[in-house]
Design a protein around this ligand. Structure first.
Ligand SMILES: Nc1ncnc2c1ncn2[C@@H]1O[C@H](COP(=O)(O)OP(=O)(O)OP(=O)(O)O)[C@@H](O)[C@H]1O
Length: 219
């Protein structure tokens, strides 16, 4: 595939550099990511994966270079309304039920809450709608957070360690959902030490100059 064959990018990074505590995490990172793609951000502990994702979603502002989102129909907050970001912690309140937590998140992030019971069922939590999140296991909490991936309306998913704490069935289910989203024209960017098989693009952090590996591109 030539550059001319690629769909228009949803995300463009231009010479992105970031340091923390006087340590250079990455420098001169440039890439384009388009609809239908899955990108894994890889690297050792402390390499800067979470920091990069937070830069992408506007939660970490100390960097040089440019992050440009071009999401169809999203004109607000620099076009970030079409993003769904799940951080490396589930980000749920223990004193609320699974459904209450998700309803609150849907209200904040403009997602359709009417489909939440079906989303909870999809992640294997039918019957846990009214369970206090504080009473759930780590893997169940992760599944509650991941249930938002079964709601429509967010073309870009930015996921920090989404496979953490879930069992083998959960890993397979999540892999399937990531692939389905990309196949339906979404873009997935995730950090993990878990490599999905197939046409996954990669950014390797660790060296000052990150490696960008496009699946299918000649070495
Ligand atoms: N809140 C913070 N304040 C200051 N420095 C931080 C903070 N969080 C991370 N850092 C620094 O940024 C570096 C990169 O951290 P980051 O969490 O992005 O790495 P990571 O690749 O996601 O690591 P891991 O695989 O362990 O989750 C860390 O080594 C640390 O020195």
């Amino acid at each position: 595939m030539t550059a001319a064959d690629l769909p228009p990018p949803l995300l463009t990074l231009d010479a992105l550099s970031c340091e923390r505590d006087d340590r250079l995490l990455f420098s001169q990172l440039s890439l384009t990511a388009s609809a239908g793609e899955i990108w894994q951000v890889a690297g050792a502990n402390g390499a800067g994966k979470t920091t990069l994702l937070r830069v992408l979603v506007g939660l970490h502002g100390f960097y040089e270079g440019e992050v440009r989102w071009q999401l169809p129909g999203c004109h607000h907050r620099q076009g970030r309304d079409g993003l769904l970001y799940l951080g490396h912690r589930p980000g749920l309140r223990d004193e609320l039920t699974a459904l209450e937590n998700l309803r609150a998140l849907c209200a904040i992030h403009q997602q359709d809450a009417t489909l939440l019971p079906a989303a909870l069922a999809a992640v294997g939590l039918r019957g846990f709608e009214d369970a206090l999140v504080g009473s759930l296991s780590a893997g169940q909490k992760r599944r509650v957070a991941l249930a938002r991936l079964w709601l429509p309306g967010k073309p870009v998913w930015v996921l920090d360690e989404p496979f953490t704490a879930i069992d083998l069935d959960g890993v397979a289910l999540l892999e399937q959902q990531l692939r389905a989203h990309a196949a339906a024209g979404g873009l997935v960017i995730y950090t993990s030490h878990h490599r999905l098989a197939g046409d996954i693009h990669q950014v390797h952090l660790g060296a000052a100059r990150p490696q960008v590996l496009r699946a299918g591109a000649a070495a």
